[in-house]
Design a protein around this ligand. Structure first.
Ligand code: ARG
Length: 456
C-alpha cells in the first residue's frame, strides 16, 4: 500500500506485531458499508466517475457475499480489515479499486467502522437487558407476597419480599439501559471524511455519508474525529456497571443455593456436578457470571490505560482498542443471557425463606415502631426497650412473638397484647408502605407501572 517510499519489505516480526486482522475482521460488515457509502458520495460529488463507482459498489457486494459465505481469509501481510477489502477489490475489479481510497484514510475509516460496530453492540445489549427485565418482572410478580429475610452486612435485618428484592435488580438494569442509551446518543456522529486528521481538499459531502451510515450528523473536528475513542469507553463503562449488577445477583444465587441457606434450587440446565463428589450441584454458570465481571472491568481498564496520555491525533496504540471491547461485549451478552435463563428457571424455596425471615429477631424494628406509634415512646427509648426484649428472648431461646405478655410488660408496662399483631414477618412487610418500601401492594404497583412503561 505504501511501497513507493520503501526499499525493503517488512520483516516477519513487523508484520506480526502490526497485524490486527485476527481481531478487526469482525468489522467487515461495517467496513464494507462505510466503503459503499463513501464510494457513492464520491460519485455523487463528481470526484470519481460513475463507471468506476459502479464497479467499486458491485465489487464490495461480491466481497460481502464471499465473507458471508466463508469468512475473512486472514493474511498477515495485509495487516487489517481495511486492506483486506481493498486488496480483494483490486483482484475483482482492477485499477478502479484504487479510487476508493480518495479523500479518506484508514484513520477515519476505522473510527467509523468501530463506531458502527459499537452502535450495534449497544442495541444488542439493550435488547438482552430488556428481555432479562421482563423475566424479573414476571418472577417478582409471582413472589410479590413471598416473605424473606432482608439483609444488611449479610446479617438478618428486616423482613422483605422476594418480589421486592428481585425488583431491586430490575431498577439496576433500568439504569444500565439508560447508560447505554446515553452512550448511543453521544456516539451518533460520523467521523468519516476527517481523513488522516486534517480533513481533505476534495469537495466531499460528509452530511451525505453520515446519513447513509445512519448517523445524525458528521463530527465537527477532524483531529478529534480520528483520535476519539470515548464511544468505546462509554460502551465499556456501561458494560462494567451492568456486569457489576449481574455479578451481585450471581453471588446472591450462589449463596442462596448453599445447603445453609437453601433459598433456591438452581436449574439443572445451569448447574454442574462434580467428577468426584456425587452429591454436588455446583452453580458454575453463576460463578462464571461473577468471574466475567472481573474480565469486563479488566477490558475497560485496558482501554483506559491505552488512551491515557496519547498525543493527538491517531497513534497505532489505538489499534488495541477493539479486542477489549469485543471481549467485554461477548462476555456481557453471555452473562446477561445465562443469568436471565437462570432466574427464569430457578425454584425459590419460599417456605425456607419464610422461616428464615422471622429468625434473627427480624421484627425488632417493628416492635420499636409499635412502641412509638401505640404508646408514644420516643424512638431512642423504644430502641433501648426492644434491645432488652431481644436479650430476654435470646436468653430463653425463643422468638419475640413467643414471649408472653407478662414478660414483655415486665420490661415495659406500656406494652399490651396488640403488639403481637406486628411481630410476624407478614405484618412487618405489609406495614412498609412508604414510597419504594417492600409492602406487597407497593411492589405490585411498581411492577404494573414497569410493565406499562418499560424503561421508566
Ligand atoms: N488497523 C488500524 C487500527 O485499527 C487502522 C488504522 C491504521 N492507521 C494508521 N495510520 N496506521 O487502528
Amino acid at each position: 500500500m505504501w511501497g513507493g517510499r520503501f526499499g525493503k519489505e517488512s520483516s516477519d516480526l513487523m508484520r506480526e506485531i502490526n497485524a490486527s486482522i485476527g481481531v478487526d475482521k469482525r468489522l467487515w460488515r461495517e467496513d464494507l458499508a462505510g466503503s459503499a457509502a463513501h464510494a457513492a458520495m464520491l460519485r455523487d460529488r463528481g470526484i470519481i466517475g460513475a463507471e468506476d463507482a459502479e464497479a467499486i459498489l458491485s465489487g464490495l457486494g461480491t466481497i460481502a457475499s464471499e465473507y458471508e459465505r466463508s469468512g475473512v481469509a486472514e493474511d498477515m501481510a495485509l495487516e487489517d480489515i481495511h486492506m483486506h477489502v481493498e486488496h480483494r477489490l483490486g483482484e475483482l475489479i482492477g485499477p478502479a479499486a484504487g479510487r476508493l481510497h480518495t479523500a479518506r484514510s484508514r484513520n477515519d475509516q476505522v473510527a467509523t467502522d468501530f463506531r458502527m460496530w459499537v452502535r450495534s453492540a449497544i442495541a444488542e445489549a439493550d435488547n438482552a437487558i430488556g428481555a432479562f427485565q421482563r423475566i424479573l418482572l414476571d418472577r417478582a410478580e409471582q413472589h410479590a407476597d413471598s416473605v424473606m429475610p432482608g439483609f444488611t452486612h449479610l446479617q438478618t435485618a428486616q423482613p422483605v419480599t422476594l418480589g421486592h428484592h428481585l425488583m431491586a435488580y430490575y431498577e439496576m438494569l433500568r439504569r444500565d439501559r439508560s447508560r447505554f442509551a446515553d452512550a448511543a446518543a453521544r456516539l451518533d456522529e460520523c467521523p468519516l471524511g476527517a481523513a488522516a486528521l486534517a480533513g481533505t481538499s476534495f469537495p466531499i459531502d460528509r452530511h451525505a455519508t453520515a446519513r447513509a451510515l445512519g448517523f445524525s450528523r458528521p463530527t465537527d473536528n477532524s483531529i478529534d474525529s480520528v483520535s476519539d475513542r470515548d464511544f468505546a469507553l462509554d460502551y465499556l463503562m456501561a458494560a462494567v456497571q451492568c456486569s457489576l449488577h449481574l455479578s451481585r445477583l450471581a453471588e446472591e444465587l450462589i449463596i442462596w443455593s448453599t445447603s445453609f441457606f437453601g433459598f433456591v434450587h438452581l436449574p439443572d440446565e445451569y448447574s454442574t456436578g462434580s467428577s468426584i463428589m456425587p452429591q454436588k450441584r455446583n452453580p458454575d454458570a453463576a460463578e462464571l457470571v461473577r468471574g466475567h465481571s472481573g474480565r469486563i472491568a479488566g477490558a475497560m481498564t485496558a482501554l483506559i490505560v491505552t488512551m491515557k496520555g496519547l498525543p493527538l491525533a491517531y497513534s497505532k496504540d489505538m489499534q488495541n482498542d477493539k479486542a477489549p471491547v469485543f471481549e467485554a461485549h461477548d462476555l456481557l451478552m453471555l452473562s446477561l443471557n445465562a443469568l436471565a435463563g437462570m432466574v427464569e428457571q430457578t425454584r425459590f424455596d419460599t417456605a425456607r425463606m419464610r422461616a428464615a425471615a422471622e429468625a434473627g429477631y427480624s421484627t425488632a424494628t417493628d416492635l420499636a415502631d409499635w412502641l412509638v406509634q401505640a404508646a408514644d415512646v420516643p424512638f431512642r427509648e423504644a430502641h433501648h426497650i426492644v434491645g432488652r426484649t431481644v436479650k430476654l428472648a435470646e436468653e430463653r431461646g425463643v422468638g419475640l412473638a413467643e414471649l408472653d405478655l407478662a414478660s414483655l410488660q415486665g420490661i415495659d408496662p406500656r406494652i399490651d397484647e396488640r403488639v403481637y399483631a406486628v411481630l410476624t414477618a407478614e405484618a412487618s412487610v405489609r406495614s412498609r408502605t412508604s414510597h419504594g418500601g417492600t409492602a406487597p401492594d407497593n411492589v405490585r404497583a411498581r411492577i404494573a407501572a414497569a410493565k406499562e412503561k418499560p424503561g421508566a
